[in-house]
Write a protein that binds this ligand. Structure first.
Ligand code: FDP
Length: 323
């Protein structure tokens, strides 16, 4: 039985990074407790607030954000944090080594119906002399991530983590420890399962429409096999399914609102999930570029996402290739 800290030490993770991951997990355990209490703690439902993206905030979005902010900003290694629920980054210790971006409770529209949600995080180094309260400090491509992961709050709470040396899964025990349960996770190359919100079909680019049409034609179509479809509407749950048994997940560009190229956010959804997927042998793309190669321009920047089993993502990319 290997505890998270022991695993990190075995892999030569620096003491500072271990200290930071410890704080992140302390917050996630608190969030897991709040989620478990649900209606008993009066935490379900919608708050009065709207976040910077104009989305209604759930009470638990705000509670989770406050927990993460308080714990992380108390950690001397943290120079600043940027969250989906904060308009601007919040500065921490001016001498701190790391910046943390996070989506405190991804998939939160699922909370009231008791379906899996999660906390997604990405850790970057704070550039020399930069201020963790300035957007500019965070404008680093996904390739610069030091570590990334998520905690999925499902029937059990699972941490999925990469520090750039593969992907490992840790299950939260009754005693409050994250224990290594899956080592060096690898995504199967081929798949017969896809996830996309089909209700947006008419808004997609013709290339994506054509790819999904072919998926739907199954063994009678050009792809020659029958596909199954899954849509949980929680990115953490979709990515977890893909890491566990393969598949392709897409939240592509659509024309509903040209100022929002895709629904998902680059800095605390696209980048950390892409880091995990690539480290597990998969691919993650906008359909044109590798997500982790994008130079960010805004903290809350949106990005089109297609990720999962390598061979299937490559097939999808062929539909988008410009001659
Ligand atoms: P949510 O808005 O509930 O936080 O982060 C955005 C996200 O969830 C993803 O977790 C999820 O994959 C997607 O949006 C669900 O989108 P739809 O509402 O279009 O199904």
């Amino acid at each position: 039985m290997l505890l998270l800290n022991q695993h990190l030490k075995h892999n030569d993770t620096s003491d500072e990074l271990i200290e930071l991951i410890d704080s992140l997990m302390l917050s996630c355990k608190e969030i897991a407790i709040k989620l478990r209490e649900g209606a008993l703690a009066g935490v379900l439902g919608t708050s009065e607030g709207v976040n910077v993206q104009g989305e209604t905030q759930k009470k638990l979005d705000i509670i989770s954000n406050d927990i993460l902010k308080a714990v992380l900003l108390d950690n001397p290694t943290v120079a600043g944090v940027a969250s989906e629920e904060e308009d601007h980054p919040v500065p921490g210790n001016p001498d701190g080594k790391y910046l943390v971006t996070f989506d405190p409770l991804d998939g939160s529209s699922n909370i009231d119906v008791n379906v899996s949600v999660g906390t997604i995080f990405s850790i970057l180094e704070c550039p020399e002399g930069a201020n963790g309260g300035d957007d500019s400090a965070y404008m680093q491509s996904g390739r610069k991530q030091v570590a990334a992961g998520y905690v999925l709050y499902g029937p059990c709470a699972v941490l999925v983590l990469t520090t750039g040396q593969g992907v490992n899964m840790f299950t939260l025990s009754h005693g409050g420890d994250f224990i290594l349960t899956e080592e060096n996770v690898q995504i199967p190359e081929l798949t017969q399962e896809f996830g996309i919100n089909m209700s947006n079909q008419r808004f997609w680019e013709p290339e994506m429409q054509s790819y999904v049409n072919d998926l739907l034609q199954g063994e009678e179509g050009p792809l020659g096999k029958r596909y199954n479809m899954r849509w949980v509407a929680s990115m953490v749950a979709e990515v977890h399914r893909i890491l566990t048994r393969g598949g392709i997940f897409m939240y592509p560009w659509d024309k509903r609102n040209p100022s929002k190229p895709g629904k998902l956010r680059l800095m605390y959804e696209g980048n950390p999930m892409s880091f995990l997927i690539e480290q597990a042998g998969g691919l993650s793309t906008t359909c044109y570029d590798n997500i982790m190669d994008i130079q960010p321009e805004k903290i809350h920047q949106r990005v089109a996402v297609g990720l999962g089993s390598k061979a299937e993502v490559e097939t999808m990319l062929k539909y988008h290739a410009k001659d």
